[in-house]
Design a protein around this ligand. Structure first.
Ligand code: PEP
Length: 246
């Protein structure tokens, strides 16, 4: 399975920052993994013009409806129209700051597929949940609630992002990551059956050049979702270069 390294720019980036996207292009023909950059929606169309197909693009969220009276929202169809091939749904910052529920995340994944986008469905436990021994159960519950039964490897990736590791500089240990990815694989098989084998499970949470190689080498790590370290081309390229060669 080819790994996917996706950069989540979050609410960062003005037009001038698209120079970082431009700087990724020369390395793309030699990349061992699939690469996607998810800039803010305001930059997507300009990013598509710069990427010219050399770097795939994604949105950071979408509404479940295709169009309508939803002021400020962006639909999956709009992302696709602006040049996206992927969309992140259920990021912990959406769940935390916008109160998104598992059911809403599942509806957004279905919207992504309706528009022809690959959904990156995020799950992950908080620090308190991990400390109280609930991490596995939380991820199981989020998969049951957020991953629709039509998910397969062609339309979906899962991003396991322990909330306490996002933007904090704290990374889960390799043993913890490997154990949780094994657990998530089991949950996907239980929910979706054999077709779940093609679904990549990305790790996210303070992935950076210094730790990318050891994380991306772990069993059943299908790639990485990268926040802060995706903002600078030099760092993001170092992570891309650490992807597994097979
Ligand atoms: C993220 O926002 O998905 C993320 C993993 O952020 P960071 O890499 O900055 O921890």
């Amino acid at each position: 399975m080819r790994q996917l390294v996706a950069g989540n720019w979050k609410m960062n980036g003005l037009g001038a920052d698209l120079a970082e996207l431009e700087a990724l292009k020369p390395a793309m023909p030699g990349a061992a993994c699939e690469v996607a950059v998810c800039p803010p929606a305001t930059l997507l169309a300009r990013a598509a013009w710069i990427a010219k197909g050399a770097v795939a693009l994604g949105g950071q969220d979408c509404h479940a409806e295709a169009a309508g009276a939803f002021t400020g929202d962006v639909s999956a169809e709009m992302l696709k129209d602006a040049g996206a091939a992927y969309v992140i749904v259920g990021h912990s910052e959406r769940r935390q700051y916008h109160g998104e529920t598992d059911a809403q995340v599942a509806a957004k994944a279905q919207a992504a597929w309706r528009a022809g986008l690959h959904a990156i469905i995020c799950i992950g436990e908080s620090e308190a949940q991990r400390d109280s021994g609930q991490a596995s159960e939380i991820c199981h519950r989020q998969i049951e609630g957020s991953v629709p039964l039509e998910a397969d490897g062609a339309n979906t990736a899962i991003a396991y992002e322990p909330i306490w590791a996002i933007g904090t500089g704290k990374t889960a240990t390799c043993d913890d990551i490997a154990a949780m990815h094994r657990h998530i694989r089991g949950c996907l098989v239980e929910r979706l059956g054999p077709k779940s084998a093609g679904i990549r499970i990305l790790y996210g949470g303070s992935v950076k050049p210094a730790n990318a190689a050891e994380i991306l080498a772990l069993d059943d790590v299908g790639g990485a979702l990268v926040g802060g370290a995706s903002l600078k081309a030099q760092d993001f390229l170092a992570i891309i270069a650490a992807a597994r060669k097979t």
